[in-house]
Design a protein around this ligand. Structure first.
Ligand SMILES: Cc1cc2nc3c(=O)[nH]c(=O)nc-3n(C[C@H](O)[C@H](O)[C@H](O)COP(=O)(O)OP(=O)(O)OC[C@H]3O[C@@H](n4cnc5c(N)ncnc54)[C@H](O)[C@@H]3O)c2cc1C
Length: 575
């Protein structure tokens, strides 16, 4: 067993920003940062469009109150407004701090940080580094961390969170290169494990976004919050689902259907292509359903619509969104200067997650927290995004709440004691679990079962949902779950066994999928990204509350708890 005052699982923006804050406030704290990828290969590196903050460099009418209102309205009034106020108020400060750390933001001619429009934001407030914002920020954070007392466990896979008597005590980790198992004991454990896009068959997320942290938390008997709210990004490149950033529409691109019409005029006339993502995704899915999508041969009735940049001109495209041009060119063979890009909605972001307080402490239930356990970033739900996240608010959440949670941990270390932990049973159980996977004699390949799980979620819990569909989905998921015992590993080595990791990740996908479906079935209303054709209206009387889902061997138990409304009363949401 190895001891660290703090163990952080996840090397993306949230994990790195939290680590940096602990280092700044308590410089000699021994910290382990564990990540199954190298930290700079975390999905944060792929963020393109930008990070929101009311710097007022372009629009001096902007204010934190306006940012907060846009965020709450975008969330369909499910966000906790005290959390949103902190997000909006701290935003300028964290962005300037990033600049001081060395992040190369794009500039206005006078040298100040440039800001672009983004969906659902009423002012021009998104700061960016061309269309490689996540790359610029994550690399600087990682480089800054190298000068502190952080031990990196890169390419270590965390298998289990150890919680005893509502106290987090450690994690069981597996070294991917050598197959070694290790228990890490800590006074404070922070999960910053990112999203779960791989639960679905079409996603903008990287291969590592398999919801491991969520599944480990659920297996430890702790709840997950608002998991039914899955963000579908409107412009996934057809057919791969890779993201074409919202920055492209922020810079002026149009969405057009088979008739060449800018159809957003029917769905969000005041915002057009810059409506929030839930509305734009539903609009595209509706156009496709009604036969106004496009086929690869250009005829009507097909599975995608066009994102049209042609009027923007080569100079704007190549200077503001060069990476998006390159993606479309490399992956779809489209030259966006002269041809429209085929797009359709793709699973992009998890609004729900591990429920946390404003200090990042994980909730054991609606009333109490778990000692020594924290979460931040996409895997956490604080909740600033409610039922639908606005673009450029996620990088912001990682940095604002990464910093806050890091500060909370630095403070709490003064009174957190070393937990009493016998690592032996945990190591043994993990060892046995791996041996059992190697010994399975079935005839199913992992990729096959995974595809079935992903298809099940896309078919039964997609943009449009009904009780009938989701009940079918839950049934099918039970069948798929029972088939897990039949998967057979071809590779029995302990050295760099990616097949073994895929098997472990698949088990996590199954847990997360079930929780999403159960929450979605229980929520009999339409709000934000969760759209029920059998309950098409928002129902504030019964469902203006957060879901808490507990994973149990015999199914998922659902509870609810209240939304914090300190600033704005709910109102009709039109754009
Ligand atoms: C293509 C794309 C573009 C985006 N663009 C924007 C944008 O422009 N603006 C914006 O605000 N948001 C954007 N987002 C969303 C935003 O990037 C993410 O929500 C955010 O970066 C998540 O950061 P994170 O630190 O929470 O997690 P991640 O960056 O996903 O990092 C997760 C970390 O956890 C580790 N990990 C996971 N499981 C385990 C395990 N079992 N054991 C050990 N380690 C583990 C991983 O290795 C990784 O280091 C985008 C997302 C995508 C997919």
């Amino acid at each position: 067993m190895q001891d660290f005052a703090v163990v952080i699982v996840g090397g993306g923006l949230a994990g790195c920003r939290a680590a940096l804050e602990i280092c700044r406030l308590a410089p000699h704290t021994p910290i382990a940062l564990v990540a199954k990828t190298h930290p700079i290969r975390s999905h944060s590196v792929a963020a393109q469009g930008g990070i929101a903050a009311t710097l007022k460099n372009v629009d001096d009418q902007d204010s934190w109150e306006s940012h907060a209102f846009d965020t709450v309205k975008g969330s369909d009034f499910l966000a906790d407004q005290d959390a949103v106020a902190i997000l909006a108020q701290d935003a300028p400060d964290v962005v300037i701090d990033l600049e001081h750390l060395g992040v190369l933001f794009s500039r206005l001619p006078d040298g100040r940080i440039a800001q672009r429009p983004f969906g659902g934001h009423s002012h021009q407030r998104t700061c960016y580094a061309a269309d490689k914002t996540g790359h610029a920020i994550l690399h600087e954070l990682y480089c800054n961390l190298l000068k502190y007392n952080v031990t990196f466990f890169s390419e270590w896979y965390v298998l289990q969170l150890i919680v005893e008597d509502q106290q987090a005590k450690g994690v069981v980790a597996y070294h991917i290169e050598t197959g070694r198992l290790e228990v890490l004991r800590a006074k404070a454990i922070l999960f910053a494990t990112g999203g779960y896009g791989r639960v679905f068959n079409t996603t903008s997320n990287d291969f590592a976004s398999t919801g491991d942290g969520l599944a480990m938390t659920a297996r430890a008997g702790l709840p997950l919050e608002d998991m039914e709210f899955v963000q579908f990004h409107p412009t996934g490149l057809y057919p791969a689902g890779v993201l074409i950033s919202e920055a492209v529409r922020g810079e002026g691109a149009y969405l057009i259907n088979a008739a060449g019409e800018r159809f957003m005029a029917h769905y969000a006339p005041s915002r057009m292509e810059l409506a929030p993502r839930d509305i734009t995704s539903r609009a595209i899915a509706t156009e496709i359903r009604l036969g106004r999508g496009i086929h690869p041969d250009g005829t009507a009735g097909g599975p995608f619509v066009y994102l049209d940049l042609r009027h923007m001109g080569r100079d704007t495209i190549m200077s503001r969104i060069p990476f998006c041009w390159e993606e479309a060119h490399r992956l779809a063979g489209v030259d966006a200067v002269v041809e429209p890009i085929p797009v359709r909605p793709t699973v992009h972001y998890s609004m729900g997650g591990i429920p946390v307080t404003l200090r990042g402490q994980v909730r054991a239930n609606a009333a109490t927290t778990v000692t020594g356990f924290y979460a931040a970033g996409e895997c956490a739900c604080v909740s600033v995004h409610g039922a639908n996240r606005l673009g450029s608010n996620s990088l912001l959440e990682c940095v604002v709440y990464g910093r806050r949670t890091g500060a909370a941990i630095a403070t709490d270390l003064a009174h957190l004691a070393w937990p009493d932990l016998n690592p032996q049973p945990y190591r043994q159980a993990a060892e046995q679990h791996l041996e059992q996977l190697f010994a399975q004699q079935g005839d199913l390949r992992i990729a096959h079962l995974r595809q079935q799980v992903q298809d099940c979620m896309t078919n039964y819990c997609g943009v449009f949902r009904t009780a009938e569909l989701m009940q079918q989905g839950l049934q099918e998921l039970q069948t798929l779950k029972s088939r897990y015992q039949q998967i057979r590993l071809g590779d029995h080595s302990r050295y760099w066994n990616t097949e073994l990791l895929e098997a472990l990740e698949l088990a996590n996908l199954l847990v997360v999928a079930e929780i999403i479906l159960a929450g979605a079935l229980a929520r009999q209303e339409s709000r934000g990204a969760h759209f029920r054709e059998d309950y098409p209206q928002r129902d504030d009387t019964n469902f203006l509350r957060h879901t808490l889902a507990f994973y149990r061997p015999d199914g998922v138990a659902i509870d609810y708890f209240p939304v914090t409304m300190t600033l704005f009363a709910p109102q009709e949401r039109t754009y």
